[in-house]
Design a protein around this ligand. Structure first.
Ligand code: FES
Length: 106
């Protein structure tokens, strides 16, 4: 299991624990943890409703893919550390990260 911190739209932070051996995406774990992530496209990098900002721990995650960047650049607001949660696999790279929810409808 790995642990990371999620900050919601109100700024409340909570620790989230997730298994790193099930091939889950960060989006799936956020939904399972009852965060209001719409994930309209089901994780296809097509809707950007799973937009998150990686406040800490970005370095280990690598760069956003071209498909992610296309979606992020279409948003009214995004940040250098913005990612699509559906494109991030839960792995030890996420251990200790701090993730802020940014999806419009979160
Ligand atoms: S769930 Fe649609 S882009 Fe991530």
């Amino acid at each position: 299991m790995i642990n990371f911190t999620v900050e919601d739209q109100e700024g409340n932070r909570q620790n989230v624990e997730a298994p790193d051996d099930m091939g889950l995406s960060l989006m799936e774990v956020l939904k399972a943890s009852e965060y209001p992530v719409l994930a309209t496209c089901g994780g296809m990098a097509l809707c950007a409703t799973c937009h998150v900002e990686i406040l800490q721990g970005q370095d280990g995650l690598g760069d956003a893919t071209d498909a992610e960047l296309d979606q992020l650049e279409a948003l009214p607001e995004y940040f250098p550390s913005s990612r699509l949660a559906c494109q991030i696999r839960i792995s030890e790279l996420l251990d200790g990260a701090v993730i802020k929810l940014r999806g419009e409808d979160n």
